[in-house]
Each structure stands twice: as C-alpha cells, then as structure tokens.
Design a protein around this ligand. Sequence first.
Ligand code: C2E
Ligand code: CA
Ligand code: CA
Length: 685
Amino acid sequence: MIERTCDTLVECGGYALAAIRLTPHAADLNPESDTLRALRIARGQPSLLWSELEHLRQPTLAVPLDYANTRHGELRIAHAPGENAEFDAAERELLESIARSLAFATHALRERSRQRRRDDQLRQLSRALESSSNGVMITSSTQLDHPIVYVNPAFERITGYTAQEVIGNSGRFLVRDDLAQKGLNEIRACLRERREGQAVLRNYRKDGGLFWNELSIAPVRDESGGITTHFVSIINDVTERITYEQQLEYHATHDTLTGLVNRNLLNDRIDQAILMARHSGQLVGVMLLDLDRFKLINDGFGHVPADNLLRAVATRLAHCVRDTDTVARLGGDEFVVVLGSVADADSVASVAAKIMRNLALPLDVEGKEVFVTASVGIAMYPRDGDHGESLLRNADVAMYRVKEHGRNNYRFYAPEMSHMALDRLDMEGNLRRALERDEITAFFQPIVSFENGRIIGAEALARWNHPRIGMIPPAEFIPLAEETGLIIPLGERILRLVCTQLAAWKRNGSPPLRVSLNISARQFRQQDLPELLTRVIAETGVDPRQLEFELTESMVMHDVENAIAMLRELKRIGVTLALDDFGTGYSSLAYLKRFPIDVLKIDRSFVRDIDSEADDAAIAHAVIAMAHSLALRVTAEGVENEAQLDLLRGYGCDDFQGYLFSRPVPAEELSLMLQNGRSLATLPR
Ligand code: C2E
Ligand code: CA
Ligand code: CA
C-alpha cells in the first residue's frame, strides 16, 4: 500500500520524489521493517536515505500521517530540482487528505494485527492454565466478596468442586469455618493492599477432606497499570510434604510406645508452664515417677507384656491429670507429670496421691493380676528450680530418697537431699584425673556399605577405662563432661587418638577408613576448633578426608549463621560432615539445604521399630529418599537384626552400623576384622 501510494504520487502526480515513513509502533514486534520498507524513493534516487531528505535543495513538503491522536508516520514530497514551484493550498489539501487516508488505513491494520497477537497470547495462556498441575483460581477484585471468575481443571481435581459450582462465589468456601489460621491474615492483607503474597493454609475439598494449600496470590492490573481488576491464586497441594513433616515432628517429640510426650518436648512444656505460672503468680509441680521393680516384670513376662503394661500405666497417668497438664515418658519405666498453674504444694500432693491410688489397682498381664507401684519425686517451681533441667534433677533426687526409704511413695524435694550432689563433685574430680591419667579411650564401631557389604569406616566412641570399675559407657560421663567443660580436653583427646590410630593403620598398609567423631555442642562453639584440627592433622599426617565430624541438629540450628560459617571452615580443611541422630530434633529438610552437610545419620530410634511400626518404616523410607534428593549419603544407626537390614537396603540406604555387624570394639579388634576381611557376606547367620 505504501509502495503503491509513493509510485502513484510520482507517476501520476509528477513529483520528483515521494517517501513515506511509518513511525515504529510500540506494540509492533519488528519496527525496523516498517521504516525500511516504507521508504520509497523514485526517479533515479533509490539510494537516498530518509535522513538525507532534510538536505534536499528543491522544495519539499512534509505531511504527518495522523489518525485518532496518534502519529503513524510522515509523507514527504519533493519537486524536481530547478522546478522551483511551491506547493499551493489546493495541492496541500489534496496531499493532506491522502495522508489522512493512509493514516486511517495504517491505524486499522495495526489494530487488527495487535488484536490477533493478543488473541494468540490469550490462547497460549489458557492452554498453559488448562494443563497446569497447580490449581489456578481467578477472582474479580472490583466486586464485593471477590467472586471467582475462572478456575482451571487442576483446581477442580484438587478441590473436587467443578467450575460451575464455584464461579460467582467467593473463594472463602475453601477454608470453611477453619478461620483460626495465621496464613489467612497474610492473604487478607494481600487482598487489602493489592499486593502479592504467599501462605500455607488448611483447605477443604468438596468431600470435606483436608488438604494443605501453599497458596500464592498476585494482583492483576488493568492496561493502565493503576487499577487491580483481578487476583490470580495459584493453589499448590503440599499435603504430602506437610504430613511428612508432621510425622517427623511427632516422632521427634513423642514416645512411640505410649504416644506420650518424650524428653525433647518435655523441657518445652515445663518452660511453657513456668512462663504461665510467672504471669499468674502461681506454681508448677514437676513429678518424676519411676515404677518399682519393673525389671522383675520385664524379666518375668518378657518384652511384649511389659510394653503393654507401660502403655496401661501411661493411660492411667493421663486420666489423673487435666488436659492442660503434661504426661511424658523419659524412657524405660520413668515418667514425668507436669502440673501447671497450681496454687500450692498441697494440690500437687493430692494429684500424687491420686496417681498412686490409681496405679495400685490391679493390671491384667497375660491373664494374671499384676500390681504396680511407683516411687515419685516432686520438685516445685519456683522453690526448687526455675527451668526444666534443675526441676527434673531435683525431682530425681527426691525420687531416689523414696526408693531408699522403701519405695511406693512420694516425696517433695528438700535442699538437704542434695548431699547427693557430693557424688557429682566426686565424679567431676574423678573425670578430671581420668583425663590426666589417659583413662579415656576410644572404641570403634564399623560402618558397613550396603553396596559391597564391606567395612568402609568406623565411628569413634569414647570409653572411660576406670581402673576399679572397668569400662564406663559415655552416657554416664559425657553429660557431666559437657556441663563442666571437661568435654573440651576430652574431645581433643579423642581427636588425637583417632588421628594417631589412622596414621598407624596407614603405616601397616590397611585400606584407608573414614573415622567419624562425635563433636559436642561446646566443642563446636570453640572458635579455635579449626586450628586444633589443622594442628592435629599436621602432627599426625592424616588425610583430612578420612575424618568425619558428627554434629546434631540442635547444635547447628541454635545459631544458624555462626554454625554455617564454622561448618564451611571445617569443610575447607577437608573433613566430611554428618548430621547425627536425624529425626530426633528439628528435622526440617528445608533447613538442611542451607548446611554444607554430606551425610545424614538416621537415629537409632527409627531403626529399632522399623520392622514392626509401619509409621517408622514410612518415615525412614521418606527420609532416605529426601536425603538422596539433597545429595546426602544416608547411614542408619543401631541395626540389630536382618529384618531391619533388609528393609533399609530396600529403601536405598547407603551405609549402616549396629550390633548385627559389630559392637564398638577396641582399635586392635577392628584391625583384626579388616585383616580377616570381615564383611556382610562372611557374617555367621
Ligand atoms: P551416638 O552418637 O548416637 O552413638 C551411637 C551409640 O549407639 C553408641 O553408644 C553405640 O554403642 C550405640 N549403638 C551402636 N549400634 C547399636 C545397636 O545396634 N543397638 C543399640 N542399642 N545401640 C547401638 P555409646 O557408645 O554408648 O555412645 C552414646 C553416645 O555418647 C553417642 O551416641 C554420642 O552421643 C556420645 N558420645 C560417644 N563418644 C563421644 C565422644 O567422643 N564425644 C562426644 N561429644 N560424645 C560422644
Ligand atoms: Ca554419633
Ligand atoms: Ca547417633
């Protein structure tokens, strides 16, 4: 059209030159093509550039191509040089009218192409929406109640509602009357402030079933960009992930046998009770309860009936207290009851008496009537302590007094009882001397690869070789060492022992093993840990890649930034990092991604019941899969039988350690195992 117009103007109008340039249009995809193709120069000057038109000597006329307040381009006409005729009024009018027609035509064509592009985009967009696996809901924000104007098929699939059923309604029906959700405030704020945001909500399907919705909402503005006309909500069904996290958390905070709160959660509960009591000026009672002669029941009836009895005791305890109180099991036959907001010690005493009466009722074990009694020690906040640990310790002291005085009774803690603390002082002095006299040594528990059944490493475990008592397990001195700071020299001692041992193995030609060391919280916070490590490595000449540090979640979660810095530094030195006891703490896989960890050690408590508790099996399986998705190796601890081994192998676990293969043994014994080529294949079955 442009070319023809120029040609016609030159041929029929007798002009020397006619050129049209279309202004590039903002919405046009390829503006240059307009400019180039539009320039049409006739009469022997085809190579003239548009910019050169300004400098022509002959008279030229510029007519804008205007339509609907928009400039679409420009028409330039020139007489031949020397012709010298000016453009008269009639001529101008004619040219302007041609320009107007051209402008109108350009405008119309451009509108049409823009519309076509918009339609294409919309079609693509709607195809994407229709096939998205996330639910999408579009609501109108210009109408009261934000009625739904569109939902995609994934929305229908996730919620069970059809588009017809929901269009025109407010999206609120998804939360039903479950309105006490933190996430809802965020969503309401987004709607009010017309901004985007995210929240995880409990939503309900048409059939009433709950699903967790990780909802993202974003405003859609009109073309001017000023007015929000709609909101787009993206619905991501994260039920599986959340259920899994809840299971992990439940497992970490509850006792599998009785379903009671476990030690991890107990301290929180005590702290909460203290906080409330402080506000209301009331007291908290902490009762430690130990069943009398439970060992006889365990030995006499066996493991399963004894477990049933513990469950029955748990139920009775829960019946004796208010819903707001806490009943916990510490393990074995030890229970704790926390009574919050009590007015005086007498009310605690009466609950203790009630518990003893209830426990005294006969229980049925394997068709026999069994009587259980308990020894109960009680400590009160604020009198006997102001945090969980001190209250539990003092309740424990009181409980021991009951045991000493014939059992089956309860007693309040009294400061005189603390002569027990003498024992502790004694113990501390002993431990100090033990360190000086090199009585602290390390045992090694082999770590075996599932891939080839061979020993690929070992965990170093501290032992106190007491001259009179014999081998003392770490549970009896590590906590004290932690408390007194002796863990620092102790940890250093173990590190040196391990490195010296690695060097010795290297000298006698053993294949290189990786040895894991348990790092305590206090050691981990020592700023000079990397220096110590570097020094010992240099002195012994071991390859740092043969060392693995085992840390627990609570250590790294405590002060995340510092922990990450320390972990990076350790990694820089070249040691491997493992997360110990996974599943007993925070257990947040999302968090794990932030730490430069190589190995995840699944806690013994999962492995123990993996062959009998479906929950534990499912969690172990999920943990292994998710760890692998984060590129972590997984080591299972505490494998005691073939059934556990087979399940773990099936779940794709990488390595394991446990009594099935070997208990922790002295270094010499591990050397022998290596020499004899002990492996899964050579195990006696
Ligand atoms: P941990 O790091 O969880 O160590 C594993 C514990 O599980 C060891 O107990 C080991 O003997 C035990 N174990 C291994 N296989 C089995 C099994 O098949 N069944 C059962 N029931 N238990 C198994 P151990 O040696 O008594 O150590 C207890 C804890 O003491 C360790 O738990 C660790 O937290 C701490 N610990 C040990 N050595 C050190 C040390 O050198 N430094 C520090 N800071 N802590 C240490
Ligand atoms: Ca460990
Ligand atoms: Ca462990």
